[in-house]
Write a protein that binds this ligand. Structure first.
Ligand SMILES: C[S@@+](CC[C@H](N)C(=O)[O-])C[C@H]1O[C@@H](n2cnc3c(N)ncnc32)[C@H](O)[C@@H]1O
Length: 338
């Protein structure tokens, strides 16, 4: 099993309507007992490079964290995602309007879980080499490696300090055609060691000095895989919300949506990040089957567990049957022991 997504009852104790299809009134102890058992089975089923994605709201966030730390090991926590679940905050109850849920991500073994990346870094991001408070080192840039936007000519050795940054050009440097034609030697409190800068130079990195006094920056080449952030928001990134889930449910089950379904976009992002085509994905609280529907669409193999027969027959099975290719069948088993 490469990936397990769990969207259990949040223990809202009646705060949200669930059409009476499942129970959401437990003591915290009762919730912990249920989840402890499920998480233990999931842990034993996961591959060494697999991961658990546990979706909760604030009600049992603390309990979930303690349980996962105990069963997976705190060292195997890969992070907690804050998902902005609604575009429509309710302003009438309590002291604050809650618009977020959380997804706790745990690796079976964090050393074996590949970095969770999406997209690539952009070319041209500037990182100033001088960093206040760092050790002052001497850096040397071969001819042609530094771009100058401050004009051609010879710049004489001297002070290039500015408040908090003690920097010096230690030898004259000549610039022609916007690049150094002689070695550039500078001392500055550098973000990177001289060895790291030499490595960047031999990897073909580019540096830029925009003006006098010299503030040299490293220009990122771009094209490196970018780690996903832990803020998944419709406002910053166009993430789908519960309103999208409601629309999707209305299309799937006109007039009788499954009310606590998650949007397909949320699951697509999770599956894209942490599984590959052909991998097995598990959802032990399958509900209307959003996880496994997305798994099927993305070419993953899948297992869904759902305790409520009405939900399975009225939502999960019809949704999955409509996605299967001719000739494929869903194997349904009662009494599953993970
Ligand atoms: C929040 S819903 C999941 C919704 C789902 N993510 C979707 O998008 O449709 C939780 C589901 O877990 C099921 N459930 C609750 N306790 C369970 C248990 N012990 N074993 C299996 N399913 C359970 C409920 O019947 C309900 O369908």
């Amino acid at each position: 099993m490469k990936l397990c997504y769990l969207d259990p009852p949040f223990n809202t104790r009646g705060a949200h309507s669930t059409r009476g299809l499942y129970r959401d009134h437990r003591t915290t102890r009762g919730w912990a007992d249920l989840m402890g058992e499920v998480l233990q089975s999931v842990h034993s089923l996961l591959r060494e490079d697999g991961s658990l994605w546990l979706h909760v709201d604030a009600n049992e966030l603390g309990t979930a964290r303690v349980l996962c730390d105990e069963l997976f090991g705190a060292d195997n926590s890969a992070g907690i995602i804050t998902w902005e679940r609604t575009r429509r905050p309710a302003y009438v109850h309590g002291q604050m309007s809650s618009v977020t849920d959380f997804v706790l991500v745990y690796a079976k073994d964090r050393r074996k879980l590949p970095p969770l990346t999406e997209g690539f870094t952009r070319r041209g991001t500037r990182t100033p080499l001088a960093h206040r408070g760092n050790r002052v080192v001497e850096l040397a840039f071969p001819p042609g490696t530094v771009r100058f936007n401050c004009g051609d000519g010879t710049y004489t050795a001297g002070d290039h300090s500015s408040p908090g940054i003690d920097a010096h050009l230690t030898k004259d440097v000549t610039v022609s055609g916007g690049r150094n034609t002689t070695w550039l030697h500078m001392t500055l409190p550098s973000r990177y060691s001289a060895a790291k800068v030499n490595q960047l130079i031999s990897d073909g990195a580019e540096f830029l000095i925009p003006k006098v006094p010299f503030r040299i920056s490293y220009i990122a080449p771009g094209g490196r895989p970018k780690l996903v952030t832990n803020l998944w928001s419709w406002q910053f990134g166009g993430m789908e919300t519960n309103e999208d889930a409601a629309r999707q449910q209305q299309e799937l089950f006109p007039g009788r949506p499954f009310t606590s379904a998650k949007p397909e976009g949320l699951l697509r992002r999770i599956l894209d990040l942490a599984s590959e085509p052909g991998d097995v994905v598990l959802d032990c609280f399958a509900g209307s089957g959003t996880t496994v529907a997305v798994a099927q669409k993305l070419g993953r193999r899948w297992i869904a567990v759902e305790e409520n027969r009405q939900t399975m027959e009225g939502y999960l099975l019809p949704r999955m049957s409509s996605l299967l290719e001719n000739g494929s069948e869903i194997e349904v088993r009662a009494d599953v022991h993970l």
